[in-house]
Structures are given as C-alpha cells and as structure tokens.
Design a protein around this ligand. Structure first.
Ligand SMILES: [Zn+2]
Length: 149
C-alpha cells in the first residue's frame, strides 16, 4: 500500500490485503462483510506474495446476498467506515483498522496493536489535519456508532 494521498482506497496500490473488509452492501446499503476464508482467523492481513487466494466471501446479513468477490470488485464497493473530517475522507478496512488510526491520531502507544503495521501507511494529511480533540472525538463516536459485532 502506498502512502500518498487519494480520497479512497481505490487509489492505493496494494501489497497487503485485509482478511476482513467491512462494506456497505451495494444492494441494500446495510452492513456487509467480505472475508477471505483462505487466510487463518488470527491473521489480520496478508502480503501480496503470500499464497492466499485473493477471493473474499461477501455476505450481507440484511438482504442475505452472498457471493464470491475478488479484489478489484471489492474496490468498487463502498467501505462501511468512511467519514469526512477536516475535508479529509478518513476510511478504514474494518473496525480494528479504524481503531488503530484513531489511536495513532491520539498519539497513543500502538506497538502491540494488531494493526500496528499499518500505522506507517496512514495518510499523512490525516495526521497533519486531524489533531483537535473534538475531531478525534468525532471519529471515536463514529466508530462506536457504526461498529458491528
Ligand atoms: Zn444487502
């Protein structure tokens, strides 16, 4: 994943892929999830060169849509976590990824975070522009409000 700009994940080059991607169902706009079942549960993300298949199982609990989806198809679907803060579109693959972004913005210790590796890839503009407590609070409230178990 490159670090330079872009409004959404679509503009990034990917060398790492998340196992779970939380999405907005293109059919009913409710919460959906794409899980790469070839990747073991305990792995949060995997590298391009890993021999895992790049096929995810898309599943929407609301309209019961379920199908296989590849990486380029996933990129056409809206992410579940996407919010405007300071004219920046802050997005994440999933709740844990957003949690990492928030902790990084708060300058918390993220060394032991399961997504710590991705800290390097956080959009530099977010780090520059999102510093105010109220902005970070907005992100925290957003995560709490949107999170799905
Ligand atoms: Zn749906």
């Amino acid at each position: 994943m490159r670090t330079d700009g872009g409004l959404t994940h679509i503009k990034y080059d990917h060398y790492y892929y998340p196992r779970i991607i939380e999405l907005k169902c293109p059919n009913c706009r409710n919460y959906a999830r794409a899980i790469n079942e070839t990747v073991p549960n305990e792995i949060e993300y995997f590298m391009d060169i890993a021999r895992f298949g790049k096929i995810w199982n898309f599943k929407c609990v609301s309209c019961i849509k379920e199908y296989e989806i590849n990486w380029s198809e996933i990129q056409k679907i809206d992410l579940w976590y996407k919010i405007q803060v300071r004219n920046e579109t802050v997005w994440s693959w999933n709740a844990k990824h957003l949690d990492l972004i928030i902790k990084r913005l708060k300058s918390e210790n993220i060394k032991n975070h399961s997504w710590a590796f991705f800290a390097t890839y956080i959009n530099k503009k977010w780090l520059e522009k999102i510093k105010k407590k109220s902005d970070i609070q907005k992100l925290e409230n957003y995560l709490i409000g949107k999170i799905k178990k």
